[in-house]
Design a protein around this ligand. Structure first.
Ligand SMILES: Nc1ncnc2c1ncn2[C@@H]1O[C@H](COP(=O)(O)OP(=O)(O)OP(=O)(O)O)[C@@H](O)[C@H]1O
Length: 292
């Protein structure tokens, strides 16, 4: 699938124009011989107004990177910037507020409240913000109408989640993620629980939220077809940035992933140098990441 979006910001570029930036990001779980190096120094920028997918073999650090971008986990070293704000310098309360006011989340499990209607689920973040005096508690009715139309939910607003299909529920979850006009929407396998038709709808809506509603989306996925809806695919292998595919097609993504998998030993990275991965990725990826 070819995108008409502007060229992506190179990996590791400064945060000007970037919705989020990771700088020398490392995350180690555990200590000593049991330590797991989930991220080993990742430098990557996510361009504002673009749809970026993060892909890589199982255990390559995708979810860890998404969680650090969300301020849901703390880095071992390095920094995460949301715009100009350094998340790694914030305490728990500030991070909670930042997540509520500046981020939107879409999960594989739709996480809708069963007793609320679709409309109530969508506006819930504003209710929560309002109760605590947070910013964005006012419902922007025009924005709500835009979201409902783009997501095709107008006829479904009074329905409860149990009365909606999986795809419709995920569209409600996307509207809920977007209602507060977050700077960045983080999606973790948003189509993982959907059949391919509903998945395609959801991906199309995520793309439209970027193209038509000016949002910024970063999505973790295992699916090369899903990734092809993005403007750019960032590849991770063994906790490191291992290349990228711009204007991705499913074939280009699948071949870049195959190249990464065959370059990794079964144990997950021991003995594989970044240089080896770069060489393999460069051979298969149309636009390898600058700065690798
Ligand atoms: N809380 C944790 N404690 C210990 N190790 C962890 C923890 N979370 C993740 N890891 C390890 O960190 C590495 C990266 O995990 P992560 O979940 O980020 O990978 P992933 O690319 O998202 O994998 P998958 O595609 O299988 O979901 C893995 O080796 C994983 O086992």
């Amino acid at each position: 699938m070819t995108s008409t979006a502007p060229a992506a910001t190179p990996a590791g570029s400064p945060s000007g124009g970037a919705a989020a930036t990771a700088v020398g990001l490392t995350k180690t779980y555990g200590r000593g011989p049991a330590a797991v190096h989930a991220l080993r120094g990742v430098d990557v920028s996510f361009e504002r107004g673009a749809f970026t997918a993060i892909m890589g073999p199982s255990g390559s650090g995708k979810s860890t990177l998404l969680h650090l971008l969300a301020g849901l986990d703390t880095a071992t070293s390095g920094r995460v910037l949301l715009g100009e704000t350094d998340l790694t310098a914030l305490g728990d309360t500030a991070l909670t507020l930042l997540r509520r006011q500046r981020l939107g989340f879409v999960f594989q499990q739709f996480n809708l409240l069963p007793v609320l209607t679709a409309e109530q689920n969508i506006t819930l973040p504003l209710e929560l913000g309002g109760r605590r005096g947070g910013r964005g508690a006012e419902l922007d009715r025009e924005w709500m109408a835009d979201l409902v139309d783009v997501l095709g939910l107008r006829e479904r607003l009074s329905h409860r989640p149990s009365e909606l299909s999986g795809g419709q529920q995920q569209r409600v979850a996307i509207a809920r993620a977007l209602i507060g006009k977050p700077e960045l929407v983080l999606a973790d396998e948003p189509t993982g629980n959907l059949d391919s038709r509903s998945g395609a709808e959801v991906l199309e809506f995520l793309r439209r939220s970027v193209r038509e509603l000016g949002r910024t989306v970063v999505m973790v996925t295992h699916d090369a077809v899903a990734a092809s809806y993005a403007d750019r695919v960032v590849l991770l292998a063994d906790g490191r940035l291992a290349g990228e595919v711009t204007d991705p097609t499913p074939e280009a993504v699948a071949s870049a992933l195959d190249a990464l998998r065959t370059s990794l030993p079964p144990a997950g990275g021991v003995g594989t140098t970044t240089a080896q991965m770069r060489a393999v990725a460069a051979a298969h990826v149309p636009s390898p990441a600058a700065g690798l």
